[in-house]
Design a protein around this ligand. Structure first.
Ligand SMILES: [Zn+2]
Length: 250
């Protein structure tokens, strides 16, 4: 088969993944039939980050193979409003996640907002992919080769290194701002919290907490107790900060 050239134009912030320093347009010489998914990933962009591919202005799926002179436009979820079509490659509205071992701060923040996040600091790649598949979760990781794994359907690469900023990114990427439910999930172990009567837990409380507080939630798994003390006020400020930053950005 004779060699031919294709041209890929990456939109939105997908250029952060590009290995080439030549801007957001990349040319590739192809000698054999290659799926568009493999070509996009060979440029450094993980497939779960790609929401729409237009080949000569028509939407295609990941298995599409390219012919000579193909003009390829690649869009992220961020571009959803600017290129309206039904043929999207990503799902939004996912609220169940598995986070890799480096994203503990993000995992705790998402749990604080009520989202179901599987997280274990020592999980290896195989275990992460297993939990993702078995429990139908979206993978959160800054490990690009892991995100490119063929069995990953839904996932996200947090751009920031800062847990609060990462949380905002995930809420926006999966369009979750309307379903935030603070203090419904244990930040330590992810179990849904239960109301607890003071009488049931009173022997576990510090003397001043016993006097000043009357409403409690308890984790049925790790038995952590949550109440509206000083730690609670700090968490509430964190939630408010995240919420206001979500509202502020376009
Ligand atoms: Zn717990």
């Amino acid at each position: 088969m004779k060699q031919f050239t294709v041209r890929l134009h990456f939109h939105g912030d997908l250029n952060i993944f590009l290995r080439s320093k030549a801007g957001d347009i990349i040319e590739r010489r192809l000698a054999e039939k290659t799926s568009i998914k493999d070509i996009v990933e060979s440029c450094g962009v993980p497939h779960p980050e790609v929401d729409l591919i237009l080949v000569n202005e028509r939407p295609v799926d990941f298995n599409h193979t390219l012919a000579e002179n193909a003009k390829v436009e690649v869009f992220s979820v961020q571009n959803r409003a600017t290129a309206p079509t039904d043929k999207r490659l990503q799902t939004i509205g996912i609220s169940r996640f598995v986070a890799d071992g480096h994203l503990g701060g993000l995992a705790r923040n998402l749990r604080l907002l009520g989202f179901d996040v599987a997280y274990s600091p020592d999980a290896d790649d195989r275990q992460l992919l297993e939990v993702m598949t078995r429990e139908n979760r979206a993978l959160l990781t800054r490990d690009r080769p892991l995100l490119m794994h063929a069995i990953v359907q839904h996932g996200y690469y947090p751009r920031s290194q800062d847990p609060a900023e990462q949380t905002i990114e995930v809420v926006r990427r999966f369009d979750l701002s309307e379903v935030i439910a603070p203090f419904t999930r244990c930040m330590r172990c992810n179990a849904p919290l239960e109301e607890a009567a003071k009488a049931e837990i009173i022997d576990k409380l510090e003397p001043l907490t016993k006097i000043y507080y009357n409403q409690f939630r308890r984790c049925p798994d790790c038995e952590q107790i949550y109440w509206s003390g000083s730690h609670f006020a700090k968490l509430q400020r964190r939630i408010e900060e995240i919420r206001s930053r979500i509202r502020d950005k376009p």
